[in-house]
Design a protein around this ligand. Structure first.
Ligand SMILES: [Zn+2]
Length: 185
């Protein structure tokens, strides 16, 4: 999948969690009609009839395509392969994380990207000397870590949030809470 696509990413709050039955998750998402069919020869699921009710769009008139006939930038859902260890699942191009201790902006985080991709990397603040796991920095829902996620493609940062019904449906598939963030990278 092209990584430049803006997307809403849903993932378990427990960054180590991997569902043991992905088929069950797909069945549940079909039954609430977030998604419908898999597009042949792709890993993309078409939006279902309840797509725009299961996401809460924050603007007054969302300009989204739900059908491939409406253009290439139609909303779809995919489930990337799981990671062997918790890793950075995505981030927006503009995000600058902050230290939770002193709110210091960590402007140079991408200079050590290889370290920052790992969820067990510890950030040591140059201002207040607090040591914080990168997963606990203030990312303002513009980055997230984990081993497993669901991506909803062609949703721009802060354009829409998952409804309670959608998050509850995901929670019930594995008795674990789910959260979300946005990514463009
Ligand atoms: Zn600090």
């Amino acid at each position: 999948m092209k990584t430049s696509i803006p997307r809403l990413i849903l993932h378990p709050e427990d960054i180590q969690y991997i569902p043991d039955n992905i088929t069950h998750i797909l069945q549940q998402l079909k039954s609430i009609q977030l998604i419908s069919e898999l597009i042949s020869n792709t890993d993309l699921y078409l939006a279902g009839n309840e797509f725009t009710n299961l996401l809460t769009f924050l603007g007054c008139s969302p300009n989204i395509n739900l059908n491939p006939d409406d253009g290439d930038q139609f909303c779809s859902m995919s489930i990337p392969d799981s990671h062997e260890s918790a890793t950075l699942l995505g981030y927006t191009s503009m995000i600058i994380p902050r230290c939770p201790g002193c709110k210091h902006k960590i402007t140079d985080w991408k200079q050590h990207f290889h370290d920052w991709k790992k969820a067990d990397y510890i950030y040591s603040c140059s201002e207040c000397q607090t040591e914080t796991p990168v997963t606990k920095l203030k990312w303002r829902q513009e980055a997230g870590y984990g081993r497993f996620c669901i991506t909803i493609n062609h949703i721009h940062p802060h354009e829409a949030v998952p409804s309670e019904k959608l998050l509850n449906t995901l929670r019930q598939t594995g008795n674990t809470d789910w959260t979300y963030f946005y990514a463009t990278n």
